[in-house]
Design a protein around this ligand. Structure first.
Ligand code: HEM
Ligand SMILES: N[C@@H](CC(=O)c1ccccc1NC=O)C(=O)O
Length: 282
């Protein structure tokens, strides 16, 4: 049985802790009442439950990813590399979990999906606010995406803050400069809300790190953590694109894009371009 827990009770510091301990239950702590009452099918199709759960699970993992990436970014700014590495390693493990979800979704056939697709209207993963937040905190800034949320001031404000702040890659480049690498001043003082443009001084610095890993062990480890995250991200994008092709073929998307064609184009994007570019030279 669920019980509704009075959360205000937690701020009551008049010696009520024992009472609080006795009242607290598993369901209260995890707020399962709201969590498990949030799977509302619009159709009576059996498989719509799968569709909802996969998305909700993905959104929960995205929430943890954002939490970890933001803290890792702060840690790197403060030269606390070991703290950041632990968080970034966790991000990669989460990404591997989200990718596994495609195996479950692939059990949905085209005819099953078409039976409830109409109920989704114009809704689309394209509107996933947390997915965009992940893109922003990693450093991928696309102004047209921010516009989508203008009608929702709370989401817009949160996204705008991440949009204007230095991303994970920006602070990593700042770490290169702090270690004495001659990074282009225009990159260091750039407007962080603009799309990142590849730079040869950044590529040269990463190249030097990879050529002398012992002298730059922290930066080398950081670089490999970033490559892990980008690698997994691309795998997620690829599995999404292939799963979509398997389920809806080349139909246009509910979000108004060409569908699979659009998702294939997104695969061309790099978060940390220099870290991939230098590999040919090593
Ligand atoms: C039957 C399953 C799915 C289909 C057919 C599908 C289809 C699509 C299509 C066609 C797009 C392009 C935008 C549009 O025009 O709608 C898209 C974008 C997107 N979808 Fe899905 N999707 C599915 C499942 C998922 C799942 C499980 C997630 C996980 C949260 C997800 C997240 C996204 C995201 C984040 C985008 C934006 C990608 C970008 O702009 O880079 N989708 N999806
Ligand atoms: N864009 C999908 C619809 C879709 O997948 C979707 C719809 C509502 C909520 C989440 C979704 N997932 C990812 O795009 C389609 O065109 O069928």
């Amino acid at each position: 049985m669920q019980s509704s827990f009075n959360w205000e009770f937690l701020s009551d510091d008049n010696g009520a802790y024992t009472d609080f301990k006795e009242k607290m239950t598993y369901g209260d702590y995890l707020q399962l009442e709201s969590l498990l009452n949030s799977q509302k099918r619009l159709s009576d199709h059996h498989d719509e439950m799968l569709f909802i759960v996969i998305h909700q699970v993905s959104e929960l993992w995205l929430k943890l990813m954002i939490h970890e990436i933001e803290s890792a970014t702060t840690a790197i700014k403060q030269d606390e590399f070991q703290t950041a590495f632990k968080m970034l390693a966790r991000v990669s493990k989460i990404q591997s979990q989200i990718i596994q979800a495609w195996d479950v979704l692939s059990t949905l056939t085209p005819s099953e999906y078409m039976e409830f697709r109409g109920y989704l209207g114009n809704a689309s993963g394209f509107q996933s606010y947390q997915y965009r937040l992940v893109e922003f905190v990693l450093g991928y800034k696309t102004p047209h995406i921010l516009k989508i949320y203008e009608k929702n001031p709370v989401l817009h404000q949160r996204l705008k803050a991440a949009f204007e702040a230095p991303g994970l890659y920006d602070v990593s480049i700042q770490a290169l400069a702090k270690q004495g690498f001659p990074i282009n001043q225009l990159v260091l003082s750039r407007d962080f809300s603009k799309e990142y443009i590849q730079d040869s001084t950044v590529a040269d610095a990463w190249l030097a790190v990879y050529r002398d890993t012992e002298s730059y062990w922290d930066l080398y480890q950081l670089a490999e953590k970033l490559v892990d995250i980008e690698d997994w991200f691309q795998q997620w994008r690829f599995r999404h694109m292939k799963t979509v092709e398997r389920i809806i073929g080349h139909k246009t998307g509910t979000g108004g894009t060409s569908g699979v064609g659009y998702l294939k184009k997104v695969l061309d994007h790099y978060f940390f371009p220099e870290l991939w570019e230098i590999r040919t030279k090593l």
